[in-house]
Design a protein around this ligand. Structure first.
Ligand code: NI
Ligand code: MN
Length: 227
């Protein structure tokens, strides 16, 4: 599995022979100025919720990838299918088998609305199970005991992408507990540093994980890694 970071909560996950983009928000992120949003090619988008820092570039990237499918909760599907995009609706607790692997939509404790503040259903996370990897994408969430259900109901995780920036989501201290709840030792951080509310000390964050025998990977924007 290849993972490319485009800043904030936007990743390109290459797995199961397909390209999956998460929460496109690039042009509004001053840290991601070097990323060429128009060059991004993908087959699916995983949308965790409707907030502007997750859908800011959705229409731009879908315009460049008109055959791509948006995977989101029912209300996200309703909004974007009405705009003519291809969508796959899910809801929390459900699995679906796509051509790249299986996806489970899981709970996230946060809020959700579209940029015009209209109702966007509820925020979600995802578990992906492909031939290459089992991966948890937390989305924007508080630490929640529901995370303990993931190892009870999903294959063993290889990787967890956790929000760590505090103010709007878990801080890294809570994300250490989240990693213990989901039983995963390799963590990629997201939703930090983008704006003043969520700036973190990278060394302290990585130390908090290494103290518990876990590895926190903080990718550079534009960087690609294999997991
Ligand atoms: Ni949010
Ligand atoms: Mn957010």
């Amino acid at each position: 599995m290849k993972l490319t970071y485009y800043g904030h909560s936007c990743f390109l996950i290459e797995t199961g022979g397909k390209r999956l983009l998460t929460d496109p928000f690039i042009t509004g992120n001053s840290l991601a100025k070097a990323v060429d949003v128009n060059s991004i090619r993908f087959d699916y988008i995983l949308l965790t919720h409707g907030h502007p820092d997750h859908v800011g570039d959705l229409e731009t990237v879908m315009g460049n990838n008109p055959d791509a499918v948006i995977i989101g909760i029912w209300e996200v599907h309703c909004r974007y299918s009405a705009k003519g995009y291809k969508t796959h609706p899910m809801n929390k607790g459900g699995w679906w088998t796509f051509d790249f692997g299986r996806v489970k939509m899981v709970n996230a404790v946060h809020s959700s609305s579209f940029p015009d503040t209209s109702f966007a259903g509820e925020p979600v996370g995802f578990v992906l199970h492909t031939a290459d990897i089992t991966l948890y994408l937390s989305g924007d969430t508080a630490l929640t005991l529901d995370m303990k259900l993931i190892p009870m109901t999903c294959p063993k995780l290889d990787l967890a992408i956790l929000s760590i920036g505090s103010n709007f989501t878990m801080n890294y201290q809570d994300a250490v507990i989240a990693a213990q709840f989901v039983e995963c030792n390799t963590i990629v951080g997201c939703h930090y540093d983008t704006f003043g509310f969520i700036e973190i000390d990278h060394e302290k964050a990585q130390h908090a994980f290494s103290e518990k025998g876990m590895d926190l990977v903080l990718m550079s924007i534009g960087e690609t890694r294999s997991f």
